[in-house]
Design a protein around this ligand. Sequence first.
Ligand SMILES: *Cc1c(COP(=O)(O)O)cnc(C)c1O
Length: 233
Amino acid sequence: MEDFKKNLATIEENICKACERAGRSRDEVTLVAVSKTKPISDLQEVYDLGVRDFGENKVQELCGKIEEMPDDIKWHMIGHLQRNKVKYIVDKVELIHSVDSYRLAEEISKQAVKKDVNVDILVEINIGDEESKFGVSTKEVIDLVKEISKLPNVSIKGLMCVAPYVVDSEENRAFFHKIKDLSVDIMEENIHNVSMSFLSMGMSNDYEVAIEEGATIVRVGSDLFGKRDYSNK
Ligand SMILES: *Cc1c(COP(=O)(O)O)cnc(C)c1O
């Protein structure tokens, strides 16, 4: 049995310490509890401990959990999003972290107009230029942000990255630093309807380093909920 209370306390302490080291305030960082593959009972326990931001990476699972969980949860779509599934989530999520193409942003805009909502999104950067990962390259991002910014009912609020899997989190420090630099470059472009309020970076393995480098959202799954079991998926 995972002790969610203990896990959460440890993560909270680590976040506080990382903020302190970086001279940042704790409320600059949001912890998103990544609950993918986990049963509702686990989410409910973590909810009861006070967590209100949850992250999922599959539309069907996300929609099922939205139905079953309390209404005051902020849901974060953090996984690769197919255009034909956008319509199921645009009016239900707080933030879509994983926008990696103009065509996807265009579909989000279209569905948002239809449902008369405004959707906040992050642009996903493939920071390690890994072939296995989604996201745009650092070279493409400014042009993409400019194009997306012209679309109605969708607002870019920052950047997201999934750093390479490493044993020593220090190996990812330079990547996180680069994302922060990139956000400053984008801000300096003064693009209408674009802000860089959110940097979604850092997972169980490297969230402390990410916070030291400027993360405002960390996405923590296994350190909170325990290892994921994909055996019957
Ligand atoms: C699964 C996932 C996480 C959480 O990963 P852990 O290593 O379990 O903390 C964070 N971000 C994304 C995009 C994910 O898919």
